[in-house]
Each structure stands twice: as C-alpha cells, then as structure tokens.
Design a protein around this ligand. Structure first.
Ligand SMILES: O=C(O)CCC(=O)C(=O)O
Ligand SMILES: [Fe+2]
Length: 366
C-alpha cells in the first residue's frame, strides 16, 4: 500500500490537451487494449481524381485512420519534392543566421506570438528545463500582400513578424512558396475529411474561406540527455496539421497510443505526416482523435520540421455534428478565434517570459 503513490506516478504519461494538463495510464499485459503500433500510410493520388468514387474511397481510408490513430502518412501528395527541399534549405539557412538577426523578430514582441522563438523558451512539459528547439512562426495576415486576403476590421493589424536584415531576405519568399503549396493541398484535404464524415464534399468550405493558418519552422538540435525534450507532449489546435520532417536515421516525432506507449514516426522522404487537431475532434464529438505527440531528437543529428496548421475562419463557429450527438445532451458552439487565442495564451505563458536573451539560452542548452 505504501508503495502505491510513486508506482502510480510512473504509470501515467502526462501531456497538454486543449491547453490543459492531461494524463494517460500506461497499460501493459492483460490490461493492454487493441491500439495502433504504427501509422497508416495513405496514397493521396485519389485526391486529384475527377471521379467522386475515387475520392470517396480515399475518404474511407482517411476516416478509419482519423478514428483509430489520428495520424497518418500522406504519400503521393502532389507537392513537388524540390519545392520541399528548397524550403528545408531556406529553413536551415535561417536558423544558421546570427542570433541577433533572428532576435529582431522575437515572438515576445508579437501579440499573436509570431516570429522567432529561441532555445528553451517553449515549455509544454513543466518537468523539463524547456523545449530544446528554436522556431519561427508565421500565419494568416491580411497585411502581407503575398496572401491576397481581404482586410476586415478583424484583420487590419499586421500579425506576422519577418526578419528585417538583408541577410535574411531569402527567407520570406521561400516560406511563402511553401505556404501556397500547403494551403491548396489543405483545402482539398478538408473536402476529403467532409466526405469521410458522410457530408457533402464542400460541407466545411463556408467556414474555411479565410482560414487561420500557421507554419512553424523548427530546428531541433541533437539531445544529449534523455531528460530533455524537443517539444513537450501536446495536441494541436487546428482542423489538422501537415508535418514535413527532415530525414534523420532515428525517428524523433512520437505519437501516443491508447496504451500510453509512444509510437515512433519514421521519417519518410517526400511524405507528409497528417494529424487531426482539436477542431476535427470537437465536431466529431471525440470520435476522431486529436492525438498526443511529442519530439525527442536522440539520434545525434540536427532535425528540422515544418508543420503547417490549417484551421477554420477566425469568426467561424463549430459544434458537434448532428450524427455524433447523444440524445438529452446539450452542445455549445465555440468561436474558433476565441478558442485559438486561449490556446495561444497558454503557449505564451508556458514560454519563459525572460529577458529575451537568446544568446544566453543558446549557450545554456549545450
Ligand atoms: O516537429 C515535429 O515533427 C512536430 C512539431 C509539433 O508537434 C508542433 O509544432 O505542434
Ligand atoms: Fe504538434
């Protein structure tokens, strides 16, 4: 009996879900449930087919993956391999710039948390010294002419922060080239999700006309210690995320299955990792998984990734779809932008509100 407490603690995996701490019991032996031990791999060629039947067949595979895993590999996605390679090159070059150049656009100067995040500033897992990563976040911004978005009272203020040094001038066009590819892929993908939910293909289009979108370019240096974490365990707050990851021999991205076991996501060149975010979980009443994931970069190589987060319109309202409602229950509508800002605020406050001295952090992480 006296041993119970410490043992119990070891038997749970802790994470951030919907911005609040959660935990999952580790189940082994007879207690273990039937759950995934690898990610499904889905051929996306049918996304571009003119035949509805092909798209429906794809939707059935996608729907099963969303229900059982919440993650899958998308192969043959149609985005040219060189375009992805060029973006990785630009991202690598950006992170190699002097700290002072990157700090010009430090995210603590931004209401929407856009721009550069230095090493150890993120801290999703409070038991660590902070995320062993540096990142750059951009997103929807009607004042960036590249986006061609309508300026409304809600969107009149600039949101993105770009580095201003001439040495970094290659970065913005490279990120926008990638952004455009990912945005058009995502709009098609959303229709497949609608089909997978037995809705007409265009069901979600009306609340995704001016979607909230983010790219987070991330650099994870190799970890020296198992006590560190690249990004702490969390779920994503979006419709869905597309992750392009650089090739490392040892997988770094890990996905939590129902038994509380971390399943490695092996890098596969020219594929996206697709994962369900909170809004698709919400509209399906939790039938689809917004699966917990984290990054540990233990293989001794530098790692880069470029998640693209695709969300509904900021003023869109989402609620549980009719077919997932239970009789007698009441269901609220949530305003997408409000939920999003709440999650962002949690991220902001879990970031070390330091003096913004990236130099010290960089020295400190080694
Ligand atoms: O780097 C990755 O593979 C995933 C990053 C991630 O989970 C995130 O930025 O939300
Ligand atoms: Fe994530």
């Amino acid at each position: 009996m006296t041993e119970e407490a410490p043992r119990e603690q070891q038997l749970y995996v802790h994470y951030h879900d919907g911005g609040v701490p959660g935990r999952r019991r580790v189940l082994t032996g007879k207690a273990a449930k039937q759950t995934f031990t690898a990610l499904p791999r889905i051929d996306m060629r049918r996304l571009f087919s003119d035949e509805l039947e092909d798209r429906q067949e794809l939707a059935r595979e996608v729907g099963a993956a969303c229900r059982d895993v919440g993650f899958f590999y998308a192969v043959n996605h149609g985005v040219p391999e060189e375009a992805l390679g060029d973006t990785f090159d630009a991202v690598r070059r950006f992170f190699e710039l002097e700290e002072s150049v990157k700090m010009e656009c430090h995210n603590q100067k931004s209401q929407k948390f856009r721009g550069y995040e230095a090493f150890l500033e993120g801290k999703l897992d409070p038991s660590t010294r902070g995320d062993l990563k540096e990142g750059f976040l951009m997103g929807e911004d009607a004042t960036d002419p590249e986006q061609n978005r309508p300026v409304t009272p809600l969107t009149v203020e600039p949101r993105n922060q770009w580095p201003s040094s001439p040495e970094a001038s290659f970065f913005r066009p490279a990120i926008y080239a990638y952004y455009n590819h990912m945005l058009s892929f995502s709009k098609r993908m959303l229709r497949i999700f609608a089909l997978a939910l037995d809705k007409p293909e265009h069901h979600f289009d009306a609340i995704s006309t001016t979607p909230m979108t983010n790219i987070r370019a991330v650099h994870y240096p190799p970890q020296q210690s198992d006590a560190d974490i690249g990004i702490g365990a969390h779920t994503d707050f979006c419709w869905f995320t597309l992750v392009c990851q650089s090739h490392t021999a040892v997988p770094a991205l890990e996905v939590l299955n129902h038994n509380g076991i971390w399943v490695p996501v092996y890098p596969e060149s020219n594929s996206f990792v697709v994962n369900i975010g909170d809004f698709l979980k919400l509209v399906t009443g939790g039938t689809w998984q917004s699966t917990v994931h984290r990054v540990r970069n233990m293989g001794g190589e530098e790692r880069y990734s470029m998640p693209f987060f695709f969300s509904p319109n900021e003023d869109g309202r989402v609620s549980v779809l009719e077919q997932f409602r239970k009789e007698g229950e009441t269901y609220e509508e949530i305003v997408v932008g409000e939920y999003f800002q709440k999650r962002l605020d949690v991220d902001r406050t879990t970031h070390i509100e330091g003096e913004g001295d990236g130099q010290t952090k960089r020295r400190a992480y080694i």
